[in-house]
Design a protein around this ligand. Structure first.
Ligand code: OAD
Length: 272
């Protein structure tokens, strides 16, 4: 658990064992909270897909340490010259097509099947929650599995045009010749209205928000945990690192989501 501060009792226990003990106790408490909550909503970021081999954005090895998001992932830059965006998309796209859901995605799907999770709000565009079996997924940054014509709005399944994407500098629309763009939100673009209003409604009515693998650096998505908190929800964070928003959390477990979430699901099954 975050911090692992010494208490009168824990000071006598070696640090790693103490952290494991505190994580165990947090997992049991979170399981109890989830089991007795009226509405649990999950809010996920890139960290939940890290164990599926997809890179996160920030941090030492994050995508934004190798690429400048203003150049490869902003609508301004796409409008000026979509080639830079497509070069980047081709480079990271291959892994998107082959990635499989991991134990964390599966745990959330299981939690929903057990009626302990209302929905997943995700900033991710990889579609892995749905592939793991989650039925109610609110995608607030779009989905890279679709490609849209920027002129006539024709929609294509990415998987069906991969050859064209590999061949053409900037893939174009069959119908009108307009530039194609994955159906994902780039910096400077507004979020999809319906998805974001639904996300707001869900967090306002939640009594527990389970945030997984997000640094909360990008607004307006980053405002959701705070809105949930102000509406009275308890906030749980599962993240492999300390984040700048740990203070907002009622519970924080530091560790890989693919290990922690299945343990929470298991604990729900065995606790009262
Ligand atoms: P970030 O890359 O900012 O944060 C990922 C978080 O996941 C960090 O806090 C990591 O510590 C944590 N993490 C990494 N591996 C983990 C693991 N195995 N288990 C649990 N946690 C892990 O990604 P996001 O917060 O999702 O937006 O970024 C938000 C938005 O910024 C993205 O949707 C994207 C990006 O720019 C747009 O493209 C509009």
């Amino acid at each position: 658990m975050s911090g692992c501060k010494s208490t009168k009792y824990s000071a006598a226990i070696p640090t790693r064992a103490r952290c494991r003990l505190e994580a165990y106790s947090a997992i049991m408490s979170i399981a109890h909270e989830i089991k007795h909550a009226r509405r649990v909503v999950a809010f996920t970021g890139a960290g939940i897909s890290a164990e599926s081999g997809l890179g996160t954005f920030r941090g030492k090895d994050g995508l934004w340490s190798k690429y400048d998001p203003a150049v490869v992932a902003s609508i301004e830059s796409f409008t000026q010259d979509p080639r830079k965006f497509w070069e980047f998309a081709r480079e990271i796209g291959r892994i998107f097509l082959t990635a499989k859901p991991n134990a964390a995605h599966t745990a959330l799907a299981e939690l929903a099947a057990m009626k302990h999770l209302d929905c997943v709000i995700t900033q991710n565009v990889d579609g892995l929650h749905q592939r793991a079996g989650s039925k109610r997924v609110i995608e607030i940054h779009g989905n890279a599995g679709r490609v849209i014509c920027t002129r006539c709005l024709a929609e294509y399944a990415t998987a069906k045009i991969v050859d064209r994407i590999a061949r053409e500098d900037v893939p174009t629309c069959d119908r009108c010749g307009g530039s194609l763009k994955p159906d994902v939100i780039l910096f400077g673009e507004p979020l999809p209205k319906r998805a974001f209003s639904l996300a707001l409604k869900k967090v306002r009515s939640a009594d527990l928000l389970l945030a997984v693998g997000t640094s909360l650096e990008v607004y307006p998505a980053a405002s959701l945990p705070e809105i949930a908190k102000k509406s009275g929800a308890k906030i749980v964070s599962i993240d492999s690192e300390r984040t700048g928003w740990d203070d907002l959390c009622d519970y924080k477990v530091s560790g890989p989501a693919g290990e922690i979430l299945p343990r929470i699901v298991q604990a729900i099954k065995i606790t009262f």
